[in-house]
Design a protein around this ligand. Structure first.
Ligand code: IMO
Ligand code: MG
Length: 425
C-alpha cells in the first residue's frame, strides 16, 4: 500500500501537475485536496498541453480514479469548462468524482474577492480573483453551500436565500454594488447541477476502499507551503492549507495512512501576487528566467516574479510538511548558466538567521546571503539517467538536498511527462 501526498514546496507553480502526470502511471487514484481554481497545473502529454485548475492531473490515465476532494472549493462553471476541454481532446472523465462535501464557489464570492482586493489598495494580496478566499470564509463561517446540496433543489434554494440576503446587504451597503439576483444564481446553479449530477458523490468510501485494497493513492496539492494560511507570509497567503496536514483533512485520509510526502520545488523561485520574496531578482536575470521558462501564471497570465532558490524558505517548507523526499523541477532552465546562486541564510537587523520569519514585515526586511555555484553548458533536457547529468548539475542538486535537509529523489527537465529522472545515490 502506498499513499503519497504531493505538496508544493514554494509559492506554488512548482510543476506539481507535471510530476503527478508522470507518477500517476503507477497510481490507482489521485485526490485534489485543497484550494480551488486558483491552481493552474500544466501538463504536457500525448493528449496535448493542458492547464488544469480543478481536475486532478491523473485524469489522462483511463484507469486512475480522480477525486476532487472535500477540501477543495469548486466553481462549477470552471469545472464544466474543464470537463468539456478534456472531452474535446479525447480525454474521458468517466473516473472523475466530485466530493459532495466540497464547497461551492458562488458568484458573490468572485465579486467580493475583486471588491475586497480593490478596497485593499496598495495592500492588495494579488489574489487570483477566483473567489477562493470568500468561499473558504463562508465554509468556516458555516454559511457556505456544498456541492452535494446541488442535488436538493429546495434545500439549496432555502440556504441560498439566507446566504444571499447577507451578501447582498454587504454588496450594497459597503461596496455600493447592485445586489445579485437570487433567481438568476439559483437558475444557473440548478443548470450546473443537471450537468454535474453524475460526478457528485461521497468520495470517502471510495478513498477508504482503495486504502483497504492496498491501492496506490496520490494526494495532489495545490499552491505551495509558503502560501499556507498559518505558515505563509501572512496575510499574503491563500485561504486553505497546501501542506501535507491539509492533505489529510482535505481528503479524509488520516495521517497514519500517508507513507510518503513528496515536496515539489522548482530549481529557482517564483512568486505571483503580492508579498515579500527575499530572493526576488529585479534585473535582466529575472527577465531571462521568466522568458526562458515561460513564467506566466497558468490561471491569470500574470508575469511571475523570479529569483534564486531560497534554501531558508525551503528548509522551513520541508519541516512543516514532514517531507520524505523532494522532486526538483525545471533544472534545464539553468543549462548554459555560468554560475547559479542559492540563498543559504538571511541577514535581518544585522543578524544571520536560517529561521523563516513569522511575519511578512520581517520577511520583507530579510537580505538573502548567497552561495554561488558553477553552472554547466550542456543541454540536460533529454538526459534520462542521473549519472549522465553534467557534474555541476549534480552538484547543484546535491547542494539543494543538503540545504533542505531532505533527499532529492526526482529531477525534472522540460515540460513533458517522460522528462523526469530518478536520483539514485
Ligand atoms: P498552483 O496550484 C501560485 C497565490 C495568488 C496570491 C495568493 C492568494 O498552480 O501552484 P488566492 O486567489 O488563492 O486567494 O490568492 O496565492 N496563488 C498561487 N500562486 N500558484 C498557485 O497555485 C496559486 N494559488 C494561489 O497569486 O498571491
Ligand atoms: Mg500553477
Amino acid at each position: 500500500m502506498s499513499v503519497l501526498a504531493l505538496v508544493g514546496g514554494q509559492w506554488g507553480d512548482e510543476g506539481k501537475g507535471k510530476v503527478i502526470d508522470s507518477l500517476a502511471a503507477k497510481a490507482h487514484m489521485v485526490v485534489r485536496y485543497a484550494g480551488g481554481d486558483n491552481a493552474g497545473h500544466t501538463t504536457v502529454n500525448p493528449h496535448g498541453t493542458f492547464r488544469l485548475h480543478l481536475i486532478p492531473s491523473g485524469i489522462f490515465y483511463d484507469d486512475v480514479r480522480c477525486i476532487i476532494g472535500n477540501g477543495v472549493v469548486v466553481n462549477p462553471a470552471v469545472l464544466l469548462r474543464e470537463i468539456a476541454e478534456l472531452h474535446e481532446h479525447g480525454v474521458g472523465t468517466r473516473n472523475l468524482v466530485v466530493s459532495d462535501r466540497a464547497h461551492l464557489i458562488m458568484p458573490y464570492h468572485i465579486l467580493l474577492d475583486k471588491l475586497e482586493e480593490q478596497r485593499r489598495g496598495h495592500g492588495a494580496i494579488g489574489t487570483t480573483q477566483r473567489g477562493i478566499g470568500p468561499a473558504f470564509v463562508d465554509k468556516v463561517a458555516r454559511t457556505g453551500l456544498r456541492v452535494g446540496e446541488l442535488l436538493d433543489p429546495q434545500g439549496f434554494r432555502r440556504r441560498l436565500e439566507v446566504a444571499m440576503e447577507l451578501k447582498n446587504a454587504l454588496l450594497t451597503a459597503l461596496y455600493n454594488h447592485p445586489p445579485l439576483s437570487v433567481d438568476e444564481v439559483y437558475r444557473d446553479y440548478m443548470n450546473f447541477a443537471t450537468q454535474l449530477r453524475d460526478y457528485i458523490g461521497d468520495a470517502l468510501p471510495m478513498v477508504h476502499d482503495a486504502i483497504g485494497r492496498g491501492d496506490t493513492i496520490m494526494l495532489e496539492g495545490a499552491q505551495g507551503a509558503l502560501l499556507d494560511t498559518d505558515f505563509g507570509s501572512y496575510p499574503f497567503v491563500t485561504s486553505s492549507s497546501p501542506l501535507a496536514g491539509g492533505a489529510t483533512v482535505g481528503s479524509g485520509i488520516g495521517p497514519t495512512h500517508i507513507d510518503r510526502v513528496l515536496g515539489v520545488f522548482k530549481a529557482y523561485a517564483t512568486r505571483v501576487g503580492g508579498g515579500p520574496m527575499p530572493t526576488e531578482l529585479h534585473d535582466e536575470m529575472a527577465n531571462f528566467i521568466r522568458e526562458k521558462a515561460g513564467e506566466y501564471g497558468a490561471t491569470t497570465g500574470r508575469p511571475r516574479r523570479c529569483g534564486w532558490f531560497d534554501g531558508v524558505a525551503g528548509r522551513f517548507s520541508v519541516r512543516i510538511n514532514g517531507m520524505t523526499d523532494v522532486a526538483l523541477t525545471h533544472l534545464d532552465i539553468f543549462d548554459g548558466f555560468k554560475s547559479i546562486k542559492v540563498c543559504t541564510s538571511y541577514v535581518v537587523e544585522g543578524r544571520h538567521t536560517t529561521d523563516f520569519p513569522t511575519t511578512a514585515d520581517t520577511l520583507s526586511r530579510c537580505e538573502p546571503v548567497y552561495e554561488e555555484l558553477p553552472g554547466w553548458d550542456e543541454c540536460t533536457e533529454d538526459i534520462s539517467d542521473f549519472a549522465d547529468l553534467p557534474q555541476n548539475a549534480r552538484r547543484y542538486v546535491n547542494t539543494i538536498s543538503d540545504l533542505l535537509g531532505c533527499r532529492v529523489s526526482l529531477v525534472s527537465m522540460g515540460p513533458k511527462r517522460e522528462q523526469i529522472i530518478e536520483v539514485r545515490t
